[in-house]
Design a protein around this ligand. Structure first.
Ligand SMILES: *[C@@H]1O[C@H](CO)[C@@H](O)[C@H](O)[C@H]1NC(C)=O
Ligand SMILES: *[C@@H]1O[C@H](CO)[C@@H](O)[C@H](O)[C@H]1NC(C)=O
Ligand SMILES: *[C@@H]1O[C@H](CO)[C@@H](O)[C@H](O)[C@H]1NC(C)=O
Ligand SMILES: *[C@@H]1O[C@H](CO)[C@@H](O)[C@H](O)[C@H]1NC(C)=O
Length: 261
């Protein structure tokens, strides 16, 4: 009797292990919608992360419905923004509407769906950083200052006047740890006084629309503040562009002050 019991336990155990082995082919893990971002309040992109790998080929579909509406749509464009993304062009982007977004993973065994991610386009606006930040040291009537100017991120349509960008500039001398951040307002240029002669400064700018978040900081631009007194009518200009790809510098010393021309 005891032996019988032992062998049937063994049998059940074997059966169980077998079933476990067969079950190795499982539905995909649960995907996750990571974030959605709109760079200019006209289009937006969502990113997702696949779930744990089931070892089987898996297809992902992004599904969404709008607040209070039953109808479910599929992502209009999986290509434009790269792998594991969905791009909503102007036609598919509606302001002041809540989107309910989920990602469904499917393999030949079954499917798994992410938690819903709720998005209102006006609350996910984050522009790209400003571009072409250039720096000049200008000495005028014995006063030395740093003239910084830049261009708005190309995607943001500032010409129409519909969107307004606000800027902040930050700078520090090379040996300092902390940045000094200055709220600039809507203009794409700024004069910095109170500079220490002889030091090299690092400057960055970022921007924000009326809604949403600050952009990342632009790439860094550097400028060396000249040491010692300069002839009052001598303009000392040092311009330096630096991007991730390249950097170049121009040094111009002239007698004519162009801002007087
Ligand atoms: C979905 O994935 C989660 C974790 O990735 C898992 O625990 C769950 O069992 C899966 N659901 C289905 C229906 O396979
Ligand atoms: C959001 O979408 C998910 C998945 O399609 C659904 O289960 C859920 O009920 C939806 N929520 C609302 C508020 O529509
Ligand atoms: C994935 O999508 C391709 C193309 O639509 C289809 O042929 C394939 O059967 C799908 N695979 C699964 C597991 O759904
Ligand atoms: C930035 O500078 C580059 C090179 O000078 C120029 O081609 C580009 O049009 C500028 N971009 C903007 C937005 O001003």
């Amino acid at each position: 009797m005891k032996q019988n019991l032992a062998s049937s336990v063994r049998f059940i155990l074997l059966l169980f292990l077998n079933v476990e082995c067969l079950n190795e082919q499982s539905p995909p893990g649960k995907p996750e919608v990571l974030k959605c971002r709109s760079p200019e309040m006209e289009t937006f992109t969502c990113w997702w992360k696949p779930g744990s790998d089931s070892g089987l080929p898996t297809n992902y579909t992004l599904l969404y419905n709008k607040e209070g509406k039953e109808q479910i749509y599929e992502c209009p464009d999986y290509r434009t923004a790269g792998p594991n993304t969905c791009y909503f062009d102007k036609k598919h982007t509606h302001l002041w509407t809540s989107y309910n977004i989920s990602v469904k993973a499917t393999n030949e065994v079954g499917s798994n769906i992410s938690n819903p991610h709720y998005v209102d386009v006006t609350s996910i606006v984050q522009p790209d950083p400003p571009v072409n930040l250039s720096l000049q040291v200008i000495q005028s009537a014995g006063i030395l200052y740093l003239w910084a100017k830049w261009s708005p991120p190309p995607l943001v349509d500032v010409r129409s006047g519909w969107l307004i960008l606000h800027y902040e500039l930050r700078l520090k001398s090379e040996e300092r740890e902390e940045w000094e951040t200055i709220f600039v307002g809507q203009q794409a240029h700024y004069k910095v006084f109170k500079l220490h002669p002889g030091l090299k400064y690092i400057v960055q700018v970022h921007c924000m629309l009326d809604h949403g978040k600050w952009s990342e900081w632009s790439s860094e631009s550097y400028i060396q503040i000249p040491n010692g007194a300069l002839n009052t009518d001598v303009l000392y200009t040092q311009e330096m562009y630096s991007t991730r790809e390249s950097s170049s510098a121009t040094l111009i010393i002239s007698r004519a002050a162009p801002w007087k021309a």
